[in-house]
Each structure stands twice: as structure tokens, then as C-alpha cells.
Design a protein. Sequence first.
Length: 295
Amino acid sequence: MKLNYHSVEELVHAASTHNKKISEIVLEQQAYDMETTMEQVYATMESSFDVMRQSVISGLDETLRSPSGLSGGAAAKLKKAVDEGSNHYGHLLGNAISMALAVTEYNSCMGKIVAAPTAGSCGVIPAALISVMDEYNVSRHTIIMSLFTASAIGMVIASLASIAGAEGGCQAEVGSASAMAAAALTEIFDGTPQMVSHSCAIALKNTMGLVCDPVAGLVEVPCIKRNAMGVANAFTASELALAGINSIIPADEVILAMKQVGNLMPSSLKETAEGGLAATPTGCRLCSQIFGPRL
């Protein structure tokens, strides 16, 4: 067995052929490629998970504020509402959204995070997995293994398209993170490899065309709230796939379509802060407020 991470279908075929989960074949392949043991590869992923968990905890500090003043404290505010039972859309979703905000706010405050797959989309996967872990008492081992599935999906997207906002817009960052999270969630709840593929496709379709337009060029507005959207999208995609609802367009074709859409985007909508929300009157005012008037 040799995985090239050139297609989601390859992952599905390999897992189905060997009657294993995608995470299991990825772990085996990574150990082989790195010429080390599966235990060592697993330990490395476990360390990444620990950083994810700590970034959630640290990001829920209500006194947290970024150097720009654009972010901080939102995660704690929502978490308080969830803890008091005053949020409106359920404990799991409320916790997940607060965690997504927490990690990305912590990133804006120069805290240590895991780029998953990028710093701009670092909140989606930790929020999805840790909230489910806490809500349903899912084992730590199951969560860590699911990260191998998420990683494999990310590697395919990076191979076929892009995970960089500067190249493909936010669909390539938060969209990819959401697809990776959806895949991991689907495996956690015993979805088949084919269901994992469908959840990936659905999540990416839901974010196709999403632009990257950071206000003042900082990874804060609207990036932080898009991470919150990304985790909700991951739940939606996984729920659909686990119910047996298929993506009409296969995952690999969706990824290639995302690449084409990214190629069609003007540079003003790909991390340059020259279009979209960054170019609004308020966006321009905030930029001048933070960095001074443009010459």
C-alpha cells in the first residue's frame, strides 16, 4: 500500500480494500514514509492535539485582547452564555463556536496554535473535535486518530488545489479546514470511508467562492468569525453524510472546481486587503487607525 495523497478517492479505495478506517491506513503510511514507528507518529499527533486543547483554554480568557484591538473577549462572552444556558442553538454548537473563536483570537494575540491547515483557519478543527469530545465523552484516542483522517484530506486539497488564502481565497483556508473537520467528525461517528468523502465534498461546496479580505491585512476581521462559521459547516456536512446523503459531485471534482474558482478570483480578493470587507469605509478607517494614513 502506497498513498500519494493525490485524490480522496485513493484514500477511500485504500481504506475500503483493507477494511480499515482512513486514519489507520494514513498512520501506517506516515510511519513507513518517515521511517519510524506508528507509536512515534501517533505521539507527534498527540502533541499537536495537546496544543490545540491548550489554545482553546487560553483563548477563552475574557481579558484577551489582540495588539490591534480588533479582537479578543468574544469567545469568553459566548462561552458564558452557553454555560448559563442562555444561548439559543444548543450546547454543542454553542461550545463549538466559542472554541473556534477562542483559538483564532488566541492566534491574533500571538499565542501558540496548530495551523490546521493554516493559522487563518486554526480554530475550525480543534473546535469541532474538542466540542464533540466533551459533549459525547469520545475517547482521546479516537479524537487523535481522526486527526490523521483530517490531515489526509488536507494533503489531498493541498495537492490538487491550495490551502492558501493568497492563492485560492478563504475557501482554500476555512473551506479546507471545514472539509477536514467534517471528514474527521464523520469517521468519529463510525461513518464509512465513502461517507468521509461525501462530508468533505459537501463542506467544500458550501464554502466555494469564499474570498479572503482581511481588514488591515490582519488575520482577525472577518477571519475569526469565519472560523466559527467553518465549524458549523463541518457539523452540517458530517450530519448529512452520516445520514446517507451523498454529494452529487465527487470530492476530487469539488476540490478541482475550488481550484478553478480560486484561479478566477482577482488578486484584490486573495489576502491583499484590497477588496471585499477590507475595502469598505469602516475597513479603511480601521486600517488607518491601526497603521496610520496611507501615503
